[in-house]
Design a protein around this ligand. Sequence first.
Ligand code: C2E
Ligand code: MG
Ligand code: MG
Ligand code: MG
Length: 286
Amino acid sequence: DHARHLPEHRVRYSPDFDAEYTRRISIITELKQALHRDSPELSLVYQPKLCLDSSSISHAEALMRWTSKTLGFVGPDEFISVAEQAGLIGAVTDWVIKRAINDTKTLVDNNVDVCVAINLSAKDILNKSLLPQIKSRIAEAGLSPTQLAFEITESDLVSDAQGVYSELGLYREAGFTLAIDDFGTGYSSLSYLKSLPVNELKIDKSFVLNLDKNQSDQQIVKTIIDLAHNFDLKVIAEGVETLPSLSLLNQWGCNYAQGYFISRPVPVEQFMQWYKDNKNTDWISQ
Ligand code: C2E
Ligand code: MG
Ligand code: MG
Ligand code: MG
């Protein structure tokens, strides 16, 4: 047929390739502008973490949202990976840190006593000027390092690329909590856990979403909880969507739970209201 006679390089110019390429370019251009203007297109939403040991809400995760005028809603899974590849992640993280510290100050001022977790990429950790920047920003805001935590995706941490472990050690020494995000999806060997200076494993939601129905997910989750505790780490499950799942996690000694069953991620004002409304909620035996 006709296609077989085309020179090989022509394959790259398929309509799909064009569409994908154009979208990536638009994301880069539009995101850069939005960050530069501190545009209302960008926001952070907060999702609580339920502490199962104390049955209280003591932590929340900041998640970025972007609804572009031209592109519509773009999910962070998409624009964060484009930003990482395009060398734009530093500007993204800078925006996130500023906003999250402002919001944390707002929370503290309103007697909402939670530690706020920010997602970082390994590229951020390798940027040696980030930690001093964070330190001076929290000092300026009158906050302590115990009020912030950082989550780094496991696949970024399986090898000690360019000394990321020793950089992470500096975050720990400064008093920040560190978690390995999406745990269970990124490793081929567990030996890296010995040398990682982290406090917490966060079980990937792919093992948790169907926990109440799926036997092999139950085995995996139980195993990760024991693994974490054997390494003296706290463990949190993300993607908890049902009460039966939450009950199982509680029964197995999981330290924290996060997911739509407890709350979806919401804007900071709504989070404060939710926190006040749910101070005395008994999540397990309802
Ligand atoms: P993540 O850090 O692992 O965040 C968990 C994701 O699961 C979030 O998706 C959250 O909204 C979603 N989720 C939470 N509970 C449930 C649940 O019960 N069911 C289901 N189906 N999903 C749930 P989101 O907000 O789309 O973020 C996706 C990823 O994008 C994040 O994964 C994180 O890796 C990245 N990301 C988000 N915000 C930032 C940011 O400010 N900086 C960086 N570097 N990455 C970010
Ligand atoms: Mg996270
Ligand atoms: Mg995750
Ligand atoms: Mg993730």
